[in-house]
Write a protein that binds this ligand. Sequence first.
Ligand SMILES: [Zn+2]
Length: 337
Amino acid sequence: ISPVFYSITQWKERELKAIDIKEAKKQRAKSKVKGFSRMGLSLRLCIASVIVLTQLVHGALCWGKDGHYTVCKIAEGYFEEETVAAVKKLLPESAKGELASVCSWPDEIKIFSEWDWTSALHYVNTPDYRCNYEYCRDCHDSHKHKNVCVTGAIFNYTKQLMTASENLQTLVHYNLTEALMFLSHYMGDIHQPLHTGFPGDLGGNTIILNWYHNQTNLHRVWDNMIIDSALKTYYNSSLPLMIQALQAKLTNGWSNKVPSWESCKHKQTACPNQYASESIKLACKYAYRNATPGTTLLDEYFLSRLPVLEKRLAQGGIRLAATLNRIFSEKPKLTRA
Ligand SMILES: [Zn+2]
């Protein structure tokens, strides 16, 4: 069932800044990212205290910075020419032309009250112990507002970028720089299995356990700890080396799978429902299994889950690129005929 929520009114008014796509470059200078980097010290200190609180909130943490950077870096390698140009045009100046550098932006802003409404866009819950996902049943926030979840967000921001891409001459009432950064981030989140999790344990956030000698929670294990351990164990603590290894797998072992990862059924531009279905299945089969409160997760868990996580990072990258390519490089160009 395709969600019908593209009407502007259903989304926060603050998104409705009139931005002509041709004006995007000018607007970039005023973008939220720049505003964020110029933030005063008092605000930064405020973040530090808020972070302690938000550790307790579901979705407060997402793939860590490394996970999001990896997904976006892999995606960059699969951009078609028109996508490269469109992305460059939309990126804020602070990104210095690199999409991967701003892919954690939605995590950085959601702690501010102004952006509070975006917190529910980082994940989706299925009913407790149900290892399947359904858009109409599951995509809502805790107040039952429909379409407010990670899959809804991916549809929404894809639609915003698509609308702008198809109507180059008209005024577009979206902030496309933000749309690009949100879409790139949420495409990563949706591939983290526990971002499609159970509400009873807040996607693993309330499952307190040990990762080797460190006390943490299951959600964090999948956001950060497995990646951290992999970096230390196999990649000399170098993220670029890990990314290179994944890129090599994509051109060797996984190369015959890439076309099926890229494709969306029914010629859709984005197909996040499929990714959420995969994620909850992986959450049940790998993430939640043998990870009850108080457990100590060791090599057995790490070594069996790492291949699952690596594949999700790679799929996230491939699918982000495929979606952006469909938005920017495959448009019918009717409006320009
Ligand atoms: Zn997130």
